[in-house]
Every structure is written in C-alpha cells, then in structure tokens.
Design a protein around this ligand. Structure first.
Ligand code: GLA
Length: 403
C-alpha cells in the first residue's frame, strides 16, 4: 500500500524510504460540538488516511513533500518555537506536532518524507488531524517518546491549537486510537476511550456537500465564537444555580454540572439566566450530551431505528439551536431520509463539509441513488463521485512501522 509513495520518495530524495506512518480521518456518528465542552463524542476512524514514507534524520530538520500538487514542500527545524507559515498553510499542521513534542519531550530528530492523503480536505472528516497525527506519531517514534496511542492523541489535540483553532480532542484521539470494526465513545478530562462494535449490517454513508469548511479559514472564527458562547452560558447558568443554592461549589465544567444537577433543572435555570442566543447554544450542548450517552447503548443493542432517530435529532439541534448547518447540508440530510436512511446529520464542525447517514444492507443502495439523483447529478458533481460519496468502513487508528 506504500509502494507508489515509496517510488515518489526515491525520485525526490534519491534514496530508499525506511519507515511508514499512517493516520486515518474520522466520521463522527454523534456528539457534535460537545468535545470542547468536556462532554463525550461517538466517532469512528475511516479507511481514508494520510500516509507518509520517510527516513529519520540524525539532526532536527523536517523535510516533507506532498504528492498533491496544490501543496508545496515544507522544511523546518524541530524546536520549541517554530515560526508558523501563513494562516491555513498545510505546513502549520506539520509544524504543530513538532513544536508540541519539542516542548514536552525535548525531541531533537526530524525526518525526510513524502506524504499522500485520500481524506477529503476541509470536509469535516479531519484531514488536518490525520496529518497532525501521522507526523506526530512519526516524530514520537523516531525520538522514542514512548506514549501510548490515546495519550499521544491527547497531546496532538494540544499541538493542533498551534494552527489557531481552539478545537476539542475528538479528532486526534479517534485517529490515533481507533479499532477496526468499532466506533468509540470518547470522554474528556481525563481523556478516555471505549471501543464499541459497529453492527455488521449497519452502513454509514458519508456524503460531501462540496462546500469547503476551512477550519483554518472563515469557519474558524465562528467555531471559536461558539466555544466562547458555551463558556459564557456555562458561567451564567452556574451563577444562577448558585444563587438558588442548587450548586454549593463551582462544578468542573459541563461534565461536573450535568453530573450534579438534572438536565431539566439545568435547562430551567438556563431559561432564567440566558438570552435567546446563548440559551440555544446551551440547549444544544445539554441535549447532545444526552443523545451521545443513549446512542452508545443503542449501538451495543444494535438498535438501528432509535440510533437513526437520535442522529436526526442531533441534526435538528445543530441546525436550529447551534446554527452550524447550511442549505446544502440540510438538503443532503433531507435526501438521505427520502431515500430511506434511518437517520442523517451533519458531521464535524458544520458550515459545509459532509453529512453522515445511517442505512442498512437493504436500504443502502436506495439512499445512495437518491443522493446522486437529487444532489450530485443536478449540480454536475458526478466526476470523482467516490471522493464525495462513500461508505465509511470503521478502521484502525494510526500506526508506524519499518518498511
Ligand atoms: C471539529 C473539531 C472537533 C469538534 C468538531 C465539532 O472537527 O476539530 O474537536 O469540536 O469540530 O464536533
């Protein structure tokens, strides 16, 4: 699987690559905009991934080329204060793990490498975290850092903040630590991951709107604003609950709050203390948390219908309360349902990118056809359709090996 890349490496560096690092993208099944609030998520890793073949270096230089013509090669020295490139430049996702590992573990060795990726870019499938993880894992192995997959995933979440997005930790954790055939429930503070088998006859369809949602571009400000709104809402609701003596000491984040006070009561306090916008944001977070907890059980029970209903509810909440959907995402969701999907929702941060729909072995073909006929054909988007519309195969997390 690395041979075409190895060939490209030989051409560029005139030597034989010795190692390979790979890290998958992910699709989030449910639990959107909960991770940075310290609440759980339920994603799975995809069969699409970032691959790098490389040769470790004795010095601290990192030289990484990209087989994608759009992206020029990056070169920099590993260190504790690496100068970033322009905002949105892919090289920042290469520098991010290098700087974080240098700060925490004083790593000193870089590598020469070349990279290929088949994770659609800026589509809500974590192409950027897959890149951060593939580079981070390579550097961690070369420098014998010795962290387990999940701990390294946690570190990569911190690393990615170098690029300016105040993301949560879902993408890096699932991309590092996933298990094939499984989704995972991930909890935060502290980071924990539990593998949950995906029933064999469930089919998760990923469908891309074709509208790019650049996390390091225009979507970044909105994403960061949502995060700030959640913090503001949390403070106000806690103050209200303290005023009425329902909270005797400040809880540790949303997690602590929802463990101490029932959802209904928390939402009542929110109605008394928040303006209309903050109330909507807050309501999404609280209800989405409950959906994730239930969805995990439904996955264990292989309850296809109820799981789909939760996905629908999640999308509704993201659309009307969290305001991160778009006309195209709504249209794909509606078409998936029309075609017989049990549930469908936007996946990832929103603002564009992809939806994920749940079908069964019986309904999957109809759903796919309805999406093609209703969305891709009228827009003349049927070229390279397999890039935009595919079945998600729950896959293994990142790995590094000798070639
Ligand atoms: C992006 C972030 C994640 C998460 C999602 C929304 O993918 O990287 O941490 O916040 O958005 O659920």
């Amino acid at each position: 699987m690395f041979e075409p890349l190895a060939e490209a490496f030989r051409e560029r560096f005139d030597s034989e690559p010795t190692h390979a690092s790979r890290a998958p993208g992910r699709v989030n099944l449910i639990g959107e905009h909960t991770d940075y609030n310290g609440l759980p998520v339920l994603p799975m890793a995809l069969q699409r991934e970032v691959r790098i073949v490389l040769v470790p270096r004795e010095d601290g230089l990192v030289r990484l080329a990209n087989t994608h013509a759009e992206f020029d090669a990056v070169e920099f020295e590993v260190g504790v204060a690496i100068e970033p490139g322009p905002p949105g430049h892919w090289g920042n996702y290469v520098k991010a793990p290098a700087q974080e590992l240098a700060r925490r573990f004083a790593i000193v060795r870089g590598f020469d490498g070349i990279l290929a990726s088949d994770v659609p870019v800026a589509s809500g499938l974590s192409s950027s975290s897959a890149l951060v993880n593939a580079v981070g894992l390579a550097l961690a192995e070369i420098n014998q850092v010795g962290l387990d997959a999940l701990a390294l995933g946690g570190l990569m979440a911190d690393a990615e903040r170098y690029t300016g997005t105040r993301g949560g930790g879902m993408d890096q954790a699932i991309s590092m630590a996933a298990r094939s055939g499984h989704a995972a429930r991930i909890d935060f503070n502290p980071l924990r991951l539990r593998h949950v088998p995906v029933p064999e006859d469930w089919r998760f369809i990923v469908a891309d709107t074709g509208v790019r949602a650049e996390k390091s571009g225009p979507a970044q400000a909105t994403y960061n604003r949502r995060r700030a709104e959640c913090e503001e809402a949390f403070e106000a609701v806690c103050a209200e609950l303290a005023r009425t003596r329902r909270l005797l000491r400040p809880p540790k984040g949303y997690q602590g709050l929802l463990r101490t006070v029932q959802d209904d009561e928390v939402l009542e306090a929110a109605k008394r203390s928040l303006d209309a916008t903050l109330l909507k944001r807050f309501r999404h977070v609280v209800t989405e948390n409950a959906r994730v907890v239930e969805a995990q059980d439904l996955l264990y029970q292989a309850d296809h219908g109820r799981f789909g209903t939760l996905m629908d509810a999640s999308h509704g909440s993201l659309r009307t309360d969290y305001n991160v959907s778009s006309a195209e995402l709504d249209e794909l969701v509606a078409l998936a349902k029309e075609g017989g999907a049990s549930g469908a929702r936007l996946t990832g941060a929103g603002f564009g990118g992809c939806i994920v729909a749940l079908a069964s072995t019986e309904t999957v073909d109809d759903v796919l056809e309805t999406l093609v006929a209703g969305y891709y054909e009228p827009r003349r988007m049927t070229d390279r359709l397999d890039q935009r519309l595919f079945l998600a195969v729950p896959s293994d997390g990142a790995s590094y090996r000798a070639l």
